[in-house]
Design a protein around this ligand. Structure first.
Ligand code: C2E
Ligand code: CA
Ligand code: CA
Length: 595
């Protein structure tokens, strides 16, 4: 038998039969239910609102209980709705179960043989719906917490990324021009060179530096200098759109051509860059014009390294500068190798001096009248531990450029004087030693004192020292060298003009100078054996007689044959030097020759 409302139950007057009992019972029940759950969780409802809500549930539960078959879905839904209405705690569920179990059937006056059984199942459904809703709500809550946390994290990450981006921009850009700086350029260059699979492609660099930028700074001040750099940066960026233009610092800029099609391409880029720099720039009321020098390196990615590229570009830039600036130069590996070798050799000179790797050979200067050795030229050699014996041609120029000729030449001078002093024992008028002096040595203020000290220390009489100076040294406009040479001449030291005839010296000028001897360059002597050497012979003859008129002796260099020696003697030349008389030789061999 289905469960029904008990027909005999007393009903208040005026209500339709069969339902009245149920509806007033529902009221009673709802009140009891509301009381039971009140305080089990925080409810945003007044007691009356809660009662009304639970009354609705009571009516629906009663209907579910009466339905055929038993309506468990409604039970579950009501469980869920309780949770939605914030009756949402374990306690709330417990009290609800208790009150439903104990009072619902009774208060509503429901009868039927399986009413208890149905009630239990309905209660189960309510509990299930309740528990599921509670679980879902917890999950939802967790989910929304998770979402909120995620949103917060995303937000924080974005802020971090933004500040990182700002920081990175600052770290990779130059504040003056806004161009990428050395850091970014280095990264991009490394990426271009190291990118996998790019081996066959080509990469290029234009390294440029403003010419005489210091003058702009000095003349107009740093502010104008900075503004000019800004203007140059702007123009380079605009002119070379598509390539990375970076400022490396100071007035140095670089253009990276990540995919070059060859040197022609790079030359085009270089010319665009130079033209952009050359445009007059209105800066702070001045119309400034600057030029730049530019070095181009272009090569296959395979085997290239950023460091090598930069170094090569830097060398090439210096070639452009050395050639006068306002131009580009293309990297030349052979030239670079040569310069590197020269540089290494030059850098090795001080240590070589310390280790005693230099030594002197002596070449006789022989009288053409009687064949006597009147002097000997000291010629420096370098016994290099790896390269073997080096002739002066391979290192003297380097030493002159670097200034190392001063200590080296000082050593030569001292060694030559020390050696020459030994020759005194050989005869009453022993030969003089003739020492080459480089321009720098002559220009150095301490030269006179240095020579005087040396003569004192070695006991060498001044007239047994001859200093060989090239024409160009003599022709220098500076007062100092001439004064120094005059002092030395007054001391009694002989002064010779070396390689005479290869420069611009004229004899009239020589009259003003404290010179004792001319060494006529080997070129003139070489002419003596050539057919048609008659003209050379006549020139030489008049040169000799003019020199004699000025009280100068003449030594001919590069005398290789007896014929040349004979002609030179006939012309009136005083002495000869060359293979015909003797090659440069160690000091002991010369000494043996003298005794
Ligand atoms: P130099 O002063 O004109 O020296 C003469 C050079 O001609 C020497 O070369 C000598 O070996 C070479 N020579 C001698 N006789 C003959 C010959 O018959 N035929 C030919 N073809 N050559 C001959 P070296 O020793 O190689 O010296 C080269 C240059 O190096 C010298 O030219 C001189 O300018 C410079 N030098 C050498 N020693 C010194 C030094 O101690 N100080 C400085 N500043 N320069 C030096
Ligand atoms: Ca010489
Ligand atoms: Ca010479």
């Amino acid at each position: 038998m289905p469960v029904v409302a008990r027909p005999g139950a007393p009903a208040p007057a005026g209500t339709p039969p069969g339902r009245t009992r149920t509806s007033s019972g529902a009221q009673t029940f709802a009140r009891a239910w509301a009381k039971a759950v009140a305080g089990t969780s925080y409810l945003p409802l007044t007691q009356a609102q809660l009662e009304a809500l639970l009354h609705g549930f009571t009516v629906r539960l009663a209907a579910a209980l009466l339905a055929e078959p038993l309506d468990l879905r409604t039970g579950q839904r009501i469980g869920a709705e309780l949770v939605a209405a914030h009756v949402a705690s374990a306690e709330g569920l417990g009290r609800t179960a208790e009150v439903l179990q104990l009072r619902l059937v009774r208060d509503l006056g429901l009868v039927g043989e399986d009413v208890e059984d149905r009630m239990a199942r309905l209660l189960g459904a309510v509990a299930t719906g309740y528990a599921r809703a509670l679980r879902d709500r917890t999950l939802d809550e967790q989910e929304s917490i998770r979402r909120a946390a995620m949103a917060a994290r995303t937000q924080a990450e974005r802020a971090l990324r933004e500040s990182e981006a700002r920081f990175r921009h600052q770290a990779t850009h130059d504040s003056l021009t806004g161009l990428p700086n050395r850091t970014l350029f280095t990264e991009r260059l490394a990426a271009a060179v190291n990118a996998p699979g790019r081996g066959a492609e080509r990469v290029g660099l234009c390294f440029l530096d403003l010419d005489r930028f210091k003058v702009v700074n000095d003349a107009h001040g740093h502010q104008v200098g900075d503004a000019l750099l800004g203007a140059v940066g702007d123009r380079l960026r605009r002119a070379l759109d598509g390539h990375l233009v970076a400022r490396l610092g100071g007035d140095e800029f670089v253009v990276l051509v990540e995919r070059s099609a060859g040197t022609r391409d790079m030359i085009e880029v270089a010319e665009v860059a130079l033209a952009a720099v050359r445009e007059p720039a209105p800066v702070d009321g001045h119309e400034l014009t600057v030029t730049a020098s530019l070095g181009i390196v272009e090569r296959q990615v395979a085997g290239a390294s950023p460091g090598d590229l930069m170094r090569a570009a830097d060398s090439t830039l210096h070639w452009a500068k050395a050639a006068g600036g306002g131009r580009w130069e293309l990297y030349d590996a052979e030239r670079d190798r040569r310069e590197l070798a020269r540089y290494a050799l030059s850098a090795a000179i001080p240590a070589a001096l310390e280790r005693g790797e230099f030594y002197l050979d002596y070449q006789p200067l022989t009288s053409l009248r009687d064949g006597r050795v009147v002097g000997a030229e000291a010629l420096v050699r370098w016994r290099h531990p790896e390269l073997g014996v080096l002739r002066p041609d391979s290192f003297i120029a380097l030493a002159e450029e670097s200034g190392l000729i001063v200590p080296l030449g000082g050593w030569v001078l001292a060694e030559a004087c020390r050696e020459a002093e030994r020759w005194a024992a050989t005869s009453a008028d022993a030969p003089f030693v003739s020492v080459n002096l480089a321009v720098r040595q002559v220009h150095r203020p301490g030269l006179v004192q240095q020579v005087r000290d040396l003569l004192d220390r070695t006991n060498l009489p001044p007239r047994r020292l001859q200093l060989e100076i090239t024409e160009s040294t003599m022709m220098s406009t500076a007062e100092e060298p001439v004064r120094a040479l005059r002092h030395l001449a007054e001391l009694g030291v002989r002064i010779a003009i070396d390689d005479f005839g290869t420069g611009y010296c004229n004899l009239a000028y020589l009259r003003e100078l404290p010179v004792t001897e001319l060494k006529v360059a080997g070129e003139f002597v070489a002419g003596l054996r050539a057919p048609g050497g008659r003209a050379d012979e006549r020139i030489l003859a008049s040169l000799v007689s003019l020199a004699h008129a000025l009280d100068l002796t003449v030594t001919a260099e590069g005398v290789e044959t007896a014929g040349q020696a004979e002609r030179l003697r006939a012309i009136g030349c005083d002495a000869g030097q060359g293979w015909h008389f003797g090659r440069p030789e160690p000091a002991d061999r010369l000494l043996a020759r003298l005794t």
